[in-house]
Design a protein around this ligand. Structure first.
Ligand SMILES: Cc1cc2nc3c(=O)[nH]c(=O)nc-3n(C[C@H](O)[C@H](O)[C@H](O)COP(=O)(O)OP(=O)(O)OC[C@H]3O[C@@H](n4cnc5c(N)ncnc54)[C@H](O)[C@@H]3O)c2cc1C
Length: 510
């Protein structure tokens, strides 16, 4: 456990205060310590819920690598069988192209370049802090001719997933001498004409002030705030399920904007996925693995009208899942059913077999149509008939690549993995929209320093993680959030430590 201290024991004055307790905050805190700054970290959550959205992740991190040797350098304990895998590669150009393509060329080129170019070095830095990584056999690779073949990009995950990542980083922070306060709800930035002066924090219900010359805000987006979601993302977003932490309510964004920070990025955009229809309203560590429904590329998805409404096979999951939650939210009743033929159900991830799943099994298409709650029966039967008749059957189905097995002449095509629904038993899974994190953030320099609305750097104010605006628009290449938090967290911590040192009053000799 990181060094947990009672509020009363904490010195009032710290070189750097980091707000937040997830991946970005931890990387910032460790990095600031490396520069010799004294660091206080404020985590709003209690200790047993620490780590924000980062602790709800699979710990998967997208980064540039050139082949097996790069993987082994970060994950040296692989068995000979594992080493025989085809790890592929992921170039800087590939990462940059993925970011540009999925964001419709809106990603901030300077920030994106830093993200891409520092991704590999940052994972090595994390490894030096004690974070261990393993390839994601099975989840980011299928077996081809008996050998795991990775798609590239999102190949490594922290050992122990998100909770493992967070625990390893807290251990590193403790070792480095970072002070951590839990139940520490940051409320207001203190500033003067000179810049940041400190912060007002509610610690265990008691309001306190901490003095500091530099603050890193790494306290997440506003995904857990239903009113803000409706206000910024649009009508209906208050009805989405929150996949992760209940504590990311936009506090950091609000505090910074109140003192003149400039906003950046896609404020009406977010990462949102298809998620168990009757999931809890917020993420919880008990159910975090049960609600994902990411095998839709092998399904057809239908809405309450019995109609398909998107191209389930437009691309591999990593490049479509983050934008499909929005489209599901826009359907009548904010739900859909994923329907699978029995020939592909062996490909479904384990969460489809979890306890908390809304599932229907049927031996005929007619029985399925009778059993699907809230769906127009006749329209559904027509949709399935039309879909089955439209498939280019001479192209073999191959789950490992975009196989080009597509539909012909449908108003909404299915571009890959078009498998006819004709082999019972059929399985159907009900999904709604689960929001992951919001894209809107603060405008920063390449030193992660926040700019004000006049485009001037705000002395002593830095940000990282979900709060950093300008990287993601419309969509997101899977596993980039943790990498972004680590790359910019590290930069923000370093910049904040240097700013604090420069702002220290000089000792004068009389
Ligand atoms: C279910 C799920 C799976 C995901 N899987 C992946 C994945 O495998 N790979 C990947 O790259 N990304 C993944 N993501 C996205 C990833 O979680 C985020 O991009 C990343 O964790 C954001 O890190 P962060 O440090 O900015 O925010 P967080 O980790 O959310 O941390 C924010 C912190 O701020 C604290 N906080 C909030 N308000 C205050 C306040 N006022 N005062 C003090 N503290 C405050 C919170 O308690 C929390 O500790 C996933 C997200 C979810 C929800």
């Amino acid at each position: 456990m990181a060094q947990t201290v009672q509020a009363a024991q904490i010195a009032e004055d710290h070189d750097v205060i980091v707000v937040g307790g997830g991946n970005a905050a931890l990387c910032a805190a460790i990095s600031a310590r490396e520069e010799g700054a004294s660091v206080l970290m404020l985590e709003r959550a209690p200790e047993d819920e620490r780590g924000g959205n980062s602790s709800f992740t699979e710990g998967l991190m997208r980064f540039v690598y050139s082949g097996r040797d790069d993987i082994v350098a970060l994950s040296p304990d692989l068995t000979p069988d594992e080493l025989a895998s085809d790890f592929g590669w992921y170039t800087e150009e590939g990462f940059f192209d993925d970011m540009a393509r999925v964001t419709q060329n809106r990603t901030d080129p300077d920030l994106c370049e830093l993200l891409v170019k520092q991704s590999n070095a940052t994972l090595h830095w994390m490894r030096r802090q004690g974070v261990r990584f393993l390839p994601q056999f099975g989840r980011q690779a299928f077996k081809v001719d008996g050998k795991f073949t990775f798609w590239g990009g999102a190949t490594l995950a922290a050992v122990g997933g998100g909770r493992g990542l967070v625990d390893q980083l807290y251990r590193a922070a403790e070792k480095a001498g970072v002070k951590v306060l839990y139940n520490a709800w940051a409320r207001e930035l203190l500033h003067s004409d000179r810049g940041i002066e400190g912060i007002v924090v509610n610690v265990d219900g008691v309001t306190r002030r901490f003095v500091s010359r530099a603050i890193v805000l790494a306290c997440g987006g506003f995904e857990a705030n239903a009113a803000w979601r409706a206000r910024h993302l649009g009508p209906g977003w208050d009805l989405a399920k929150v996949r992760g932490s209940r504590y990311n309510c936009g506090d950091g964004l609000e505090m910074a904007m109140r003192i003149g920070a400039q906003t950046a990025g896609h404020w009406s955009g977010c990462h949102a996925v298809g998620w168990e229809r009757y999931a809890d309203d917020f993420g919880s560590f008990d159910t975090m693995d049960d609600y994902e429904r990411d095998n839709y590329p092998f399904s057809i998805m239908v809405n309450a009208d019995g109609r398909r409404f998107l191209d389930e096979g437009a691309d591999i999951r990593n490049y479509t899942y983050a934008k499909y939650g929005r489209i599901i939210l826009q359907q009548p009743g904010q739900f859909a059913w994923q329907i699978f033929d029995s020939s592909v159900t062996h490909l479904l991830r384990p969460e489809y077999r979890a306890k908390r799943v809304t599932k229907v099994v049927a031996n005929t298409i007619e029985e399925l149509a009778d059993k699907l709650d809230d769906v127009n029966r006749d329209a559904l039967l027509a949709t399935i008939r039309e879909y089955n008749a439209s498939i280019t059957r001479d192209v073999p189905f191959n789950p490992n690549v975009k196989d080009g097995r597509r539909t012909q002449a449908l108003a909404i095509p299915k571009s890959n993995w078009a498998v006819a629904l004709e082999n019972p038993p059929f399985e159907a899974y009900a999904v709604t929209c689960g929001v992951t994190f919001t894209f809107g953030g603060l405008k920063v320099t390449t030193d992660a320093q926040v700019l004000d609305t006049g485009n001037r750097p705000m002395p002593g104010l830095f940000t990282a993680g979900e709060m950093l605006g300008g990287l993601f628009y419309f969509n997101y290449p899977g596993a980039t959030g943790l990498t972004s938090g680590a790359v910019f967290g590290r930069i923000a911590g370093r910049s904040a430590a240097r700013a604090a040192t420069n702002a220290k009053p000089q000792t004068r000799v009389a």
